[in-house]
Design a protein around this ligand. Sequence first.
Ligand code: SF4
Ligand code: SF4
Length: 326
Amino acid sequence: MRVKPKMAFYWCSGCGGCEESILDLAGSLADLLARIDVVFWPVAFDYDYADLERLADGEILASFINGAIRTEDHAEKARLLRRKSRYVVSHGACAQTGGVVGLGNFFTTEEIVARLYRESPTVANPAGIVPRETSIDGGHELHLPPLCPSVKPLNGVIDVDYYVPGCPPTPELMQAALTLVIEGMLPAKGSVLAEKRSLCDTCARRDSKPEKLTVARFRRLTDTAIDPATCFLAQEIICLGPATRGGCRDRCIGANMPCRGCFGPPDGVTDQGARAISFIASLIGSNDPAEIAHAIGTIPDPAGLFYRYTLAASTLRGRAQGRTDG
Ligand code: SF4
Ligand code: SF4
């Protein structure tokens, strides 16, 4: 009988949506499970880390790892899976570029803990209790993994072979990536297993994207009637399609929402936020400082907009103040 390839799935710091992207295979999931031997998938099966330790190095054909590296435990498990796996596939935006989790790099660990456990308007914590790495409960010593000084994408701690983009990836992309692995049809190491071009190149509204456009101020979704057939930029609404990889099946555009960049940069672009800032700046057709300031002032939360999914993998990587790892 043919031996089925061993596969593993793991979840670091994320929302669980990437795990859903596997379950979203729906009917195909049963076919997938019939073709592989799942040796580790904590969210779905009751595995112990000791099960993973017992496997020989390289025994797993591929590990799909989603979520960013936020704790020392994530880094440790990623290194263990790297050792046990022939291929490591970065699964989703948080693993590829830090994702929304990476926005934590705008703050120090102390600021994040204070905000979450003391200052947030929805928190009632008069004693100011915060999680500790070690505590005693019922005579038992309990340990929480320490937070890393900053959020890192998966390739910030281990070598990564392939990337599946998206927040979360579409089921079609997951199906294609899993098929490539199982059938031994993988492209060159380091490839992103998706469309190579930008979203604008495949967008259903691309024919209405202006060749040349000058914007004096950007409109907001909340105070604009949006034409569902016209390019968002032509409507003076920021859309990150020019700086974002295609292959999402226009999920947001089709729902009449502009692209916010979750597929990360297309091939050939290393810093998605910088590319977005560059094309937005080119739209502001003025050399007058007051007019430029006015246009920029109509962009709420520019850092959070342009680096929503990629701050941890960007050139700046976040706010340096208070960080000890650069
Ligand atoms: S990439 Fe998106 S869907 Fe996946 S874990 Fe991160 S936030 Fe959730
Ligand atoms: S800017 Fe946005 S709406 Fe316009 S073509 Fe590109 S992806 Fe489509």
